[in-house]
Ligand binder design. Structure first.
Ligand code: NIG
Ligand code: FE
Length: 412
């Protein structure tokens, strides 16, 4: 067989080829091929075999993995990629113990980024998003979700979604777009959140017809949107043909997880303070639990999502950075993998399912991303690591050696 690129001397290859989403105890069952090789033709994986079978293959280019780990490109199912400005000044408030929701109530937090995003031009936002996207790619991400939600008015929400679209066209990474107009209540609607939600729902048709987002998301939280308001809003989104997501039970246990299950959300995200009942319902549903432990860490919480109980009850769990300027300011999903090991007590096997196949399913890309399978897009990372357990173990640095996206070498 003739291929364009042959990766040889793979110490460990994680195909992640289980039909997902992978749930419960199955998340702990990881396939590992040792002494493997992998052929890429065009943008696809064309051949996978053992090192002693490589004489069957002729390659234009050979890349030796030098006995290292090779995995699918990582998938990020929850980010707030497009935003203006930054919020480093809030760190001092956090250190003084001012709660995240109080900062928001005083017009800071999300609302401060809303002002910066409203002021930024389309071009400025494109440049900034590309900068962060490059950094994501350098850390091994090859497919990613991006939310709006720092506009809270028609013009700026559409601007954010159009920026995401342009960035997706310009950058080799694959982006999946989510409309999060229901991210906070802007000051002008302070006393009338229902009218604000109606205003955001009025954008559904335009967003759909211009293909600007696949998913609709809402922040169900104290001082933001109630479960009832969220239910009505998500129902409308579904009627317009969107699949939905929920920022659920991040700070207060309002029952956002149960709502995500009830409305058939593709994912319920955060789940830091999900109730026992929420865990049970999640485990018995098709909704994927996207846990964002970097947010608990960054907001200085003692409590982390009960990932162990969720997985032990049979849920399909993913993890993600939640990259945003307020509650988790990092593009490094590898760091989140370490936090998942240390604070969520997830096993390395569970963590790898969480950042590949399950993450892909959480953004409707289960048949395209998160797996090394013959005929699929060649999105592949070679790691400076001897085995898969090493990535969560050695924390806080970037272990990427080589990133291949769609069959093209992005970084080496
Ligand atoms: O997922 N919680 C709501 N939204 C983001 C944070 C946004 C921000 O603080 O700017 C989150 O944590
Ligand atoms: Fe978020």
């Amino acid at each position: 067989m003739q291929v364009d690129i042959l990766i040889t001397n793979i110490g460990q290859l994680l195909p992640m080829d289980k039909k997902g989403p992978v749930r419960g105890a199955d998340m702990n069952d990881l396939t590992v091929w040792e002494d493997a090789a992998l052929g890429i033709k065009g943008n696809q994986v064309a051949w996978i075999g053992a090192m002693d079978e490589t004489d069957q293959v002729e390659a234009d280019e050979v890349i030796s993995a030098h006995g290292k780990l090779v995995t699918p490109g990582l998938v990020e199912p929850h980010t707030h990629l497009v935003f203006g400005g930054s919020r480093e000044k809030e760190m001092a408030l956090k250190q003084k113990g001012v709660p995240y929701l109080d900062i928001l109530k005083q017009g800071g937090g999300i609302l401060s980024t809303v002002r910066s995003t409203q002021e930024a031009t389309h071009e400025e936002l494109v440049d900034k998003a590309l900068f962060h996207l490059d950094r994501m790619a350098m850390h091994g991400i090859t497919t990613m979700e991006a939310k709006s939600g720092y506009g809270l008015d028609r013009e700026t929400e559409l601007k954010q979604l159009k920026v995401a679209k342009e960035v997706s066209d310009k950058h080799p990474l694959d982006l999946v777009s989510t409309f999060l107009g229901a991210h906070a209540i802007p000051p002008s609607y302070k006393d009338n959140p229902d009218a604000f939600l109606d205003h955001m729902a009025d954008l559904f048709d335009e967003i759909k017809s211009e293909n600007l987002a696949e998913f609709v998301d809402i922040f169900t939280e104290t001082g933001v949107f109630t479960v009832e308001q969220s239910r009505r809003y998500l129902q409308k989104a579904k009627e317009k043909g969107f699949r939905v997501k929920v920022h659920a039970d991040e700070i207060d246990p309002l029952g956002g997880t149960e709502l995500a299950v009830e409305v058939g959300a593709i994912s319920g995200d955060h789940l830091a303070v999900t109730s026992d009942e929420g865990i049970k319902q999640l485990a018995n549903s098709d909704t994927i639990g996207v846990i964002l432990p970097g947010t608990s860490f960054y907001l200085g919480k003692e409590t982390y999502a009960r990932a162990r109980e969720m997985i032990d009850a049979g849920a399909a769990v993913s993890i993600s950075t939640d990259f945003n300027p307020g509650s988790c300011v990092t593009e490094n999903l590898q760091l989140i993998m370490s936090i998942a090991a240390l604070k969520l007590k997830m096993s390395p096997e569970e963590i790898w399912h969480a950042v590949t196949v399950n993450a892909a399913h959480a953004i409707g890309r289960g048949n395209e991303a998160g797996s090394i399978t013959i005929g699929r897009k060649a999105d592949i990372v070679i790691w400076d690591a001897p085995n898969y357990m090493y990535i969560p173990y050695h924390y806080g640095v970037n272990h990427v050696n080589t990133v291949i996206k769609n069959g093209n070498v992005l970084f080496q």
